[in-house]
Design a protein around this ligand. Structure first.
Ligand code: ADP
Ligand code: AMP
Length: 217
């Protein structure tokens, strides 16, 4: 099973993907997490991606597609895969189709998460992330037990620099310009598309998300 989670920054894709991937034994492929790991490791890709990420702009499609192709090489053929934050452009969507085709797989369902902009801005301003294990918290909605410390691995939590208000504004614009059109792209390609209202408590969103994925043909 191959699932794409589509939606603006801060809508809760990572939160939901991690939980259902754990439950279903799926691989959670977040291009944002992979890029941040590349930056931390000081790889060539990490260096190339840095300026784009800091400015809230997208990393070029060819770098992203190489990254995804390489990463899929290390995942079991039969394992379910949840793509989070990828694809973000129509060129990436076409690239994903090609990569899946070469692996004898296909996209099963696109889940589109939506929430009002003021919700996204508030969530991102309160987001705290663990750079070590990828866990995500929120100082308003889901704080860790001890301030600034990851419950899962004890790592020190960070406020991502691209979650600062200036960059958030740009990221939301870029999403509207380049990624929102993917919904009609997938509709035109007759992909199975499910919409989930994400401006509700995590458990309620999860119930709908889980149902949408499990009922996909
Ligand atoms: P995305 O991956 O779409 O950018 P995240 O999953 O990182 O979004 O969530 C963004 C922030 O919002 C995080 O701080 C997370 O803890 C919080 N969050 C996610 N879902 C909800 C929800 N349903 N209600 C309240 N806060 C949420
Ligand atoms: P995210 O963790 O998904 O919010 O992504 C953080 C940043 O990484 C984005 O603002 C982009 O700069 C970059 N990025 C992540 N995924 C992609 C992608 N699929 N295409 C282009 N840039 C991406």
């Amino acid at each position: 099973m191959v699932v794409v989670l589509l939606g603006p920054p801060g809508v809760g894709k990572g939160t939901q993907a991690v939980r259902l991937a754990d439950e279903m034994g799926a691989a959670h492929v977040s291009t944002g997490d992979l890029l941040r790991a590349a930056r931390r490791d000081g790889t060539d890709l990490g260096r190339k991606a840095q300026a784009f990420m800091d400015a809230g702009e997208y990393v070029p499609d060819d770098l992203i597609l190489d990254l995804v192709r390489d990463h899929l090489d290390g995942i079991d053929d039969g394992a379910p895969v949840f793509f989070d934050g990828f694809p973000r452009t129509t060129a990436q969507a076409d690239g994903l189709d090609r990569v899946l085709g070469s692996l004898g797989r296909r996209l099963d369902v696109v889940v589109v998460f939506g929430a009002p902009e003021e919700t996204l801005v508030r969530r991102l301003s309160g987001r705290r992330s663990c750079p070590h294990c990828g866990a995500v918290y929120n100082i308003y909605f889901s704080p860790p037990s001890a301030e600034g410390v990851c419950d899962r691995c004890g790592g020190l939590l960070v406020h991502r620099t691209d979650d600062e208000p200036e960059t958030v504004r740009r990221r939301l614009e870029v999403y509207e310009e380049q990624t929102a059109p993917l919904v009609s792209h997938y509709e035109a390609h007759r992909a199975e598309l499910k919409r989930v209202a994400a401006d509700r408590p995590v458990d309620e969103v999860y119930a709908d998300f889980s149902r949408a994925v499990r009922s996909a043909s």
